[in-house]
Design a protein around this ligand. Sequence first.
Ligand SMILES: Nc1ncnc2c1ncn2[C@@H]1O[C@H](COP(=O)(O)OP(=O)(O)OP(=O)(O)O)[C@@H](O)[C@H]1O
Ligand SMILES: [Mg+2]
Length: 277
Amino acid sequence: MTEAVRSGLPPTGDVAPIADKIRIEGLSYRYRRRGREDVVALDDVDLTVGRGEFLSVAGPSGCGKSTLLRVLAGLQKPTAGVVRINRERRGRPLVAPVFQEYSIFPWRSVEANVRLGLDAAGVDRSEARRRSQEWIERVGLAGFEKALPGNLSGGMKQRVALARAFVVEPEILLMDEPFAALDAQLRKVLQEELLAIVREHTYTVFFVTHNLDEAILLSDRIALMSARPGRMRRIVDVPFARPRSAELRKDPEFVRLEEELWADLKGDVETIEEVVR
Ligand SMILES: Nc1ncnc2c1ncn2[C@@H]1O[C@H](COP(=O)(O)OP(=O)(O)OP(=O)(O)O)[C@@H](O)[C@H]1O
Ligand SMILES: [Mg+2]
């Protein structure tokens, strides 16, 4: 069943069905600023995401990646255009977001943070406990159930955020630079864990990253955007079979693709530091 879940138009209740999981058409987003010029964060963006696809969005700082993700999350309403999402299961959340800053509650234990979405959905207490425990173990936090976030490292906090998103079994995971605040080693560990999780479960993932290496390792396709105004620049197929592992980085085709994407983005960023290879 297709819903105009996020739409700049009033909901009509009569939406043409789509085969894709997400279809974004003519999407524009303007930030209005009092007494100053509007910022056109997204300008006429078209993009589809297939069912079970892992799609990354990359591009220079300010090209509208986070704006696009927040529109998909329903946190911001587009100025123009339509987003259609194909809902397959009733009674489960359609989307679950994971952000760069560990958006977990400092006064709740690891277990209580992970369970949050299940409690909100009124899932039976023992069922909620069982499912939370499963994901706490899956992300390597067994033994830390009662710990408070203040006593956890950045990597552990981000594992809590991942478990909290996965435990509600959303149809679509929306991830906005979820590993950007982590050091390089930990980032690699969590990338591998995410690869393993999407291997076992069919998720549609919309993943925002500055990091081309990460985008190639994880994604089926990469959407490259350009800034000012934020536009879709190019969509690239990532040709590697799954299951994948970090070993893929040594593949000459991986290296070649990274060079190609970097050459493409480089001209579009004002400073080299804006895009991390
Ligand atoms: N609340 C806001 N008010 C005004 N302008 C905003 C607001 N939020 C974002 N913008 C502007 O909209 C544009 C897109 O911002 P957005 O955060 O979506 O980009 P991004 O691609 O996620 O950048 P980054 O890689 O730095 O996270 C930028 O020019 C930004 O300055
Ligand atoms: Mg952003």
